[in-house]
Design a protein. Structure first.
Lengths: 330, 299, 582
């Protein structure tokens, strides 16, 4: 049973991954114009371009040999080797090298901010659910209204207020670019300073969702017999809240949230763009503005795979912990 | 942000009297009235406002002026009247929001109800499809697609619809699955009614509330996504929306240059629109199922 | 053969939307910043120590391959050097670089170059004619590495300091590329790399003739240190160049306004308030490298009629566009679209005060001549309203604003205009295939006036509509008089004999208005005069002032000097001193 469930899940994610990969292959072939022209027009901004260059460029990019099926085969096999090709902006640097610079920024900042937001959201959600109708609980609907505020707009205002009006934070970016990256105090301090504001915006933007999910699970868990029984036994309310209710409520709320992982990712993309934070989202936008399709596609695939894997792990964890889900799949 | 699983829908209750009562009850809800009022004002502004105002692109010699009697919301860096742009942009924004939400909701109704009702392999395939769209992160996909397809209002609408429908399809499918086994549906089947009739007459009306609520959230989502896309420069800048206004404002460093009157109103308007729509949705939920007041949860 | 200059897209790496628009103006950031190591965060500069420049946005990826389309900026000019310096800001001004003289023979089929003596590669080996010959041999042997399509026939090095090239056809038009753009490569390094791999090599540790060596490339910073054995005594003046790349325009603005960048070319909105007024030492050098145009399709549609083109031109208020979109920094150009002061040496003196014909009456005159009649709704001909579409790139917001203004101004004159804002890819496609009515773009970026007019007007480079070209003449303009004049200019290198033909082209340009010139594309370069001096100015334009300019950036980088330290104590001669300031 468990094995079958696992295989089923695995199959699902494999199909999802295949669709993402194929989408990624098809999209560039719908593009009007061709990459050679784009590169040429870009180069023309730093000096004249000649006819010979166009042919040279086409040869250099190794465009279009074989029919579509062959190209698809080549594409899949290079993906399997984790070979995303060469970035057109940084030609002939490898896309993977370019991305490698961006990944740590995103993982550290978005990772830390998300952990913070989960912890905060679950704590607040537990309290709100426990004291249903209390002051904290009354705040819950307003969290939903917050979701209607365009994130980038609010973040830009915050950035403006904190950098220009009150000078609380350094300007945008991941660190003071006049310093050298490395383990030196100046760099580390400036990186931390630059991270605070973006992290706060991620937490503010996402804590409401976690809180709401946890609060609702708490409300329904509190109605369960075992919680009522525990209360009847005269256990300390704190123990009932944490050991009985919250412990059982947290898992479904985490699992329920797995599906919104995509939103978290999207949110952090916009955050990076607003703050010019040198992570994946920022690099994605740069790739888009530079029409660097190989880079753009690699980032899209990496983000998608990260989300798929995270979802799979949550599914996996959940199905091990809660036997009921095994029946309830589909 | 999509989706409000109102999975526990109201029991079927089709008499006209009951419906009228529900409507009256609905209008008693303060949240609903407030929400509807705001949306009505915005929609009227969008529909009629541009008729009374000039060309939003018209430039003048008044560059970057603060709000005044002549320019209620000041002017842009090229001397365009921000208030005129704001009103005309309301039209563009609402049109894109409503159209993509409509498309997304229609697709989700077909996929969700169709799959749930038909069951079997069709259902398997359709729910696989919606689960996949649910799990592929939306914004990166939208960005990549928009980057390839290019800026254009039609493209933007389709791209947004493409990434929105899946969540509500899932909700509708779940609801259909539960309705399918209700007595009155089974009875209709026994009577030998056609599938189409069963779906249109027995199932669809009973999911209307959910569909409306899904639609409302789809509008919020579409407006926010469009604003984000426009802000990133991935929407047609010549189609005026609150998003493209923000794009131009940001590119002209409106905020840092002190031209808050250019940057603040469009974003605020989006937030107000979103809040009003949420109010409507809350109001509807309360009216349709009082239990939800305590038990709303996200899917 | 000619150069082409498509639209001015992002320079390298990573412009944000905002820089894209800046680079719609063809710029990129450049700028030196002091504050080497040691100093506190105050950013106190260390005169004579470090030159802080900003040339790009986004991360720096270690790539110094001269064959790559966009290697790191120092590659061209700071590290690898060409034979001569063709001043990008002043046509006709040529200085010795690795060459000390050249002569053409055989009607442009033979070129003899005398090479400088005593030049050493950065690994200590001598630079000889062998290296120069090998550089051109690569181009001859590999079509895809022959970037400028040289018609090379033989390449010989009769002695260590002489290079002789022969061509299968006259190569006068390639002069600028052969002598001013092709960078000399060390044979002992590149001969070891198979030709097929030359283009995909990232060449992380370049061996070159330039006055700098790469110290490190990390994230968004890169440092080059001065060689002490450069062949021009006393150069370079700085010990270190530090390239700083920013994640976005805001970060750039914050740093440049604090004076922490010595040489930059970023877009600064309202530059007077946001930069120049902050410190009396801050200076702006604005030498346009290109001209912005409305490009009409001259081969078909309503814009094939010269009167319609002139009517459109007459309806425009260029000064207002410049004032509102560029704060007055992109002044209207001249009606012959001659890039000034760059091409002053070929200006037809009778045209030096030429101005655009504007006004309602002029519009009416031209449209009546074209057979249009004025009605309440606008101008009509054969029952059809005069209405056009303008294609522009949606991401270049300054152009979107310009487009909106063109729309407004034409509307007042009774001409309809629909703006098509598209992606860069779609724009490039429309431009290349000629499928447009009007385009908004800019062209230039060459120190050679012949190449400039050639890319705009030569009918030989324009294929039929639907066939694509990246070289130029996107409007498919055809004028035998202009073609003949261009050919005559190409047949000689004698400026005196070329001048009458340049005059012909300029007069034809005004008469026929094949493109509708708008304004000089703004190209702001900022210098922090508290730290540097000796940079090119309008008065002393010894080179193009932008650090991203290939290869002028390198020419300037070697010649720019630390400003005199404010503190009086320093001995006068100590230009590059390793000693810390305090």
């Amino acid at each position: 049973m468990r094995v079958r469930h696992l295989l089923r899940k695995l199959g699902f994610y494999a199909v999802a991954a295949w669709i993402a990969v194929t989408l990624n292959f098809v999209l560039p072939r719908l593009i009007p114009g061709d990459p050679v022209q784009l590169m040429m027009s870009r180069m023309a901004a730093s000096g004249p371009v000649t006819e010979g260059q166009e042919k040279a460029m086409a040869a250099m990019l190794g465009l279009g040999h074989g029919n579509l099926l062959q190209q698809y085969g080549d594409y899949l096999s290079s993906l399997a080797r984790l070979d995303f090709g060469l970035s057109t902006t940084y030609y002939p640097a490898k896309v993977s090298d370019v991305v490698a610079h961006a990944v740590p920024w995103t993982i550290v900042l978005v990772g830390l901010a998300t952990l913070l937001s989960v912890a905060l959201g679950i704590t607040l959600g537990t309290l709100a659910g426990w004291r249903r109708g209390g002051r904290l609980d009354a705040l819950v609907p307003s969290a939903t209204f917050l979701a209607a505020v365009p994130y980038f707009w609010a973040a830009l205002i915050l950035l403006y207020l904190c950098t220009q009006v009150w000078a609380l934070a350094p300007s945008s970016g991941g660190y003071d670019e006049t310093y050298t990256i490395g383990l030196n105090t100046r760099f580390v301090v400036s990186a931390v300073q630059h991270g605070v504001l973006p992290a706060i915006t991620i937490v503010v933007a996402s804590v409401g969702g976690w809180m709401l999910g946890m609060r609702n699970m708490m409300v329904s868990t509190l109605a369960e017999d075992y919680v009522i029984a525990a209360e009847a036994k005269g256990l300390r309310p704190r123990t009932v809240m944490v050991r009985y209710a919250a412990r059982n409520a947290v898992l479904p709320s985490v699992a329920g949230f797995a599906i919104t992982l995509g939103f978290i990712v999207s949110g952090s993309l916009v955050m990076e763009i607003v703050f010019s934070y040198p992570g994946m989202g920022y690099t994605l936008l740069q790739a888009v503005t530079n029409n660097d399709y190989p880079l753009m596609q690699a980032i899209f695939l990496m983000i998608t795979f990260a989300v798929l894997v995270a979802n799979f792990l949550v599914d996996l964890l959940y199905s091990f912990v809660d036997p009921r889900t095994r029946e309830a799949t589909s | 942000m999509t989706a409000t699983a109102t999975a526990l829908a109201a029991p079927p209750d089709d008499t006209a009297a009951a419906r009228g009562g529900r409507l009256r009850a609905a209008l008693r809800s303060g949240r609903l009235r407030a929400g509807l009022g705001i949306v009505a004002v915005l929609a009227l502004t969008a529909a009629l406002g541009p008729l009374f105002l000039g060309d939003p692109d018209a430039v003048s010699q008044d560059l970057s002026q603060a709000p005044s009697a002549a320019h209620w919301l000041g002017t842009t860096q090229t001397g365009q009247d921000v208030f005129t742009q704001f009103v005309v942009a309301a039209r563009g924004t609402l049109l894109i929001g409503a159209t993509s939400a409509l498309i997304a909701t229609a697709v989700s109704a077909v996929v969700g109800i169709g799959g749930g009702f038909l069951g079997g392999l069709t259902d398997e395939a359709l729910s696989l499809l919606s689960n996949i769209f649910l799990v592929i992160p939306g914004l990166p996909l939208v960005i990549v697609v928009a980057a390839y397809v290019g800026a254009g209002t039609g493209a933007t609408i389709l791209v947004i619809a493409l990434t929105t429908w899946a969540a509500s399809a899932r909700v509708l499918r779940a609801q259909t699955l539960s309705l399918r086994t209700r007595d009155y549906v089974l009875a209709a089947r026994l009577y030998g009614e056609s599938r189409r009739r069963i779906v249109l007459v027995e199932i669809l009306p009973n999911e209307l509330a959910i569909i409306v609520s899904q639609f409302i959230f789809a509008v919020i989502f579409a407006v926010l996504t469009q604003a984000a896309l426009a802000f990133l420069g991935l929407d047609d800048p010549s189609n005026l929306t609150w998003g493209t206004m923000l794009y131009f404002a940001q590119n002209a460093d409106a905020l840092t240059g002190g031209a808050w009157w250019w940057f603040i109103p469009p974003g605020l308007a989006i937030a107000v629109l979103g809040a009003a729509l949420s109010l409507i949705s809350f109001g509807l939920d309360e009216v349709l199922d009082p239990r939800l007041r305590a038990r709303r949860r996200r899917p | 053969m000619s150069s082409s200059t498509p639209p001015p897209p992002p320079q390298q790496a990573h412009p944000t939307r905002r820089t894209v628009l800046a680079s719609a103006a063809g710029l990129v950031l450049a700028g030196p910043l002091a504050a080497a190591c040691g100093g506190a965060d105050s950013g106190a500069p260390e005169p004579g120590g470090t030159l802080v420049v900003n040339a790009t946005q986004g991360q720096l990826v270690r790539n110094f391959n001269p064959f790559a389309p966009q290697p790191l900026h120092p590659t061209h000019g700071l590290l690898y050097e060409p034979l001569f310096h063709f001043n990008a800001a002043k046509a006709g001004e040529v200085h010795h670089w690795l060459g000390t003289g050249y002569t053409w023979a055989d009607g442009g089929r033979k070129l003899t170059v005398a090479l400088r003596r005593g030049v050493k590669w950065s690994d200590g080996k001598p630079f000889t004619a062998e290296d120069a010959a090998y550089t051109f041999q690569i181009a001859k042997d590999n079509k895809e590495l022959n970037q400028y399509a040289y018609p090379l026939d033989t390449i010989t090095a009769p002695d260590d300091h002489t290079l002789v090239l022969t061509f299968t056809e006259s190569a006068y038009t390639k002069e600028y590329f052969l002598l001013g753009k092709s960078k000399m490569l060390p044979k002992h390094i590149w001969a070891k790399i198979p030709d097929a791999k030359k283009k995909t090599e990232t060449n992380p540790d370049p061996v070159a003739t330039g006055p700098w060596k790469v110290k490190f490339v990390k994230g968004t910073t890169m440092e080059l240190t001065a060689r002490d054995d450069y062949y021009v005594p006393g150069l370079p003046h700085f010990k270190t160049i530090r390239y700083v790349s920013f994640s976005g325009n805001n970060a750039f603005l914050a740093q440049v306004a604090k004076g922490r960048i010595d040489w930059a070319g970023g877009f600064i909105p309202d530059i007077k308030k946001n930069y120049l007024d902050k410190d009396p030492g801050f200076a702006l050098v604005d030498v346009p490298m290109s001209v912005a145009f409305l490009v009409p399709c001259a081969a078909r549609g309503v814009t094939a009629d010269v009167n319609v083109r002139k009517a459109i031109s007459a309806a425009l208020d260029r000064a207002f566009m410049s004032k509102s979109v560029y704060g007055g920094y992109a002044p209207p150009t001249n009606p012959m679209a001659l890039l000034l002061p760059n091409f002053h040496n070929v200006l037809d003196p009778t045209l030096k005060d030429a101005t655009f014909e504007t006004g309602r009456a002029a519009v009416a005159k031209h449209l009546r001549a074209a057979g249009y009649t004025r009605s309440s709704g606008g101008w009509t001909k054969d029952g059809r309203k005069l209405s056009l579409s303008l294609t522009l790139v949606s991401g270049w917001t300054d152009y979107v604003s310009v487009g909106q203004m063109v729309e407004q101004q034409l509307k007042k004159a009774g001409i309809g205009l629909e703006i098509k804002a598209v992606s860069v890819a779609q724009f490039t496609d429309a431009q290349a295939t000629g499928r447009f009515e009007l385009l908004l773009s800019n062209y230039g970026y060459t120190p050679d006036p012949r190449a400039y007019y050639d890319q705009l007007l030569n009918s030989a480079i324009a294929p039929a509509i639907g066939k694509s070209t990246n070289v130029g003449n996107y409007g498919r303009y055809h004028n035998p008089t202009v073609d003949k004049a261009l050919a005559a200019i190409a047949a000689t290198t004698d400026l005196a004999r070329q001048k009458p033909h340049y005059a012909t082209i300029q007069r034809e340009f005004i008469r026929d208005m094949p493109l509708i010139p708008l304004f000089e594309q703004q190209n702001e370069i900022e210098f922090n005069g508290n730290h540097v001096t000796g940079y090119p100015t309008r008065q002393n334009l010894y080179a193009g002032p932008a650090i991203w300019l290939d290869p002028d950036g390198g020419w300037v980088a070697a010649r720019i000097r630390p400003a005199k330290p404010a503190a009086p104590a320093k001995p006068a001669k100590s230009a590059p001193s390793a000693k810390p300031a305090e």
